[in-house]
Design a protein around this ligand. Structure first.
Ligand SMILES: NC(=O)c1ccc[n+]([C@@H]2O[C@H](COP(=O)([O-])OP(=O)(O)OC[C@H]3O[C@@H](n4cnc5c(N)ncnc54)[C@H](O)[C@@H]3O)[C@@H](O)[C@H]2O)c1
Length: 251
């Protein structure tokens, strides 16, 4: 098993990619601390336990530093160490730039980017104490390329790519690897919400499929496989990298 005995903290574990990764990591032997602002996260923990894994959940907000303190305390208190942080939680925001309010901007930047700063700041001292660790951040294909009507989201996810590189350089010699996952369009509640809000949802869905060279939308499990690769020793010489899983959309 690729994560046998590893203490892993996953954010955004109630839904979509984070939920799929939690169950995959459970099957790979991880001891899980699962965090989400949505209380449904306990259901994911329950399913992980039913698969034989150790798993606890915490209802918490990744944009609040006090919640991060609680999360790290829970993980280290229960498993005595913290080997992997997988920052998955995030929100999307499709909004024309001139309609993007200061409040919208702050919300996206807080949840999608500040959360990564707070999470890394909270776990790195533990990783330094124990002699190393692994961080997997979540950006997006549109953290690399741009997208119309997504200015705040693109700015946040571009920031995630860059904080990943900065931390990889700063902590590589301390045996802490920091990498970043860039999913493309993936069928999760976040994407389904976006599709349902379109003027013509069926046409929007066809457009999204058509834009991908593989002519389909990705599945959460296909992104979770990439997260497992980055979290495990299979990627032991990767640091500061962006792993793009988008069916070829950014190619
Ligand atoms: N689905 C896609 O097409 C796609 C594409 C590129 C990148 N991503 C990224 O992948 C990640 C997961 O997205 P998903 O598609 O699985 O979405 P999702 O909405 O299914 O899951 C996101 C989870 O994050 C949680 N969350 C939101 N705000 C939070 C907060 N403040 N504190 C704690 N938890 C919070 C939500 O409750 C939810 O459970 C996100 O970072 C997203 O930006 C998704």
């Amino acid at each position: 098993m690729k994560l046998e005995g590893k203490s892993v903290l996953i954010t955004g574990a109630a839904s979509g990619i984070g939920r799929a990764a939690s169950l995959l990591f459970a099957d790979e032997g991880a001891k899980l601390t699962l965090l989400d602002i949505d209380g449904e996260v306990e259901n994911t923990a329950k399913q992980a336990r039913e698969r034989g894994a150790d798993a606890v959940s915490l209802k918490a907000d990744v944009s609040k530093s006090g919640d991060w303190e609680k999360a790290v305390k829970l993980a280290v208190g229960k498993y005595r160490r913290l080997d992997v942080l997988y920052n998955d939680a995030g929100i999307g925001m499709y909004r024309p730039f001139l309609e993007t309010t200061e409040e919208d901007w702050d919300r996206v930047l807080d949840i999608d980017l500040k959360s990564v700063y707070l999470g890394c700041r909270s776990v790195i001292p533990e990783m330094l104490k124990q002699g190393g660790g692994v961080i997997v951040n979540t950006a997006s294909e549109i953290g690399i390329s741009g997208a119309r009507n997504y200015a705040a989201y693109c700015a946040a996810k571009g920031g995630v790519v860059q904080i990943t590189r900065a931390l990889a350089l700063e902590f590589g010699d301390k045996n802490i690897r920091v990498n970043c996952l860039c999913p493309g369009v993936t069928l999760t509640p976040m994407l389904e919400l976006g599709i349902s809000r379109a003027q013509d949802p069926a046409a929007r869905r066809r457009y999204l499929e058509e834009e991908v060279p593989l002519k389909r939308i990705g599945k959460p499990e296909e992104i979770a496989n990439g997260a497992l690769f980055l979290a495990s020793d299979d990627s032991s010489f990767m640091n500061g990298a962006t792993l793009v899983i988008d069916g070829g959309a950014t190619a």
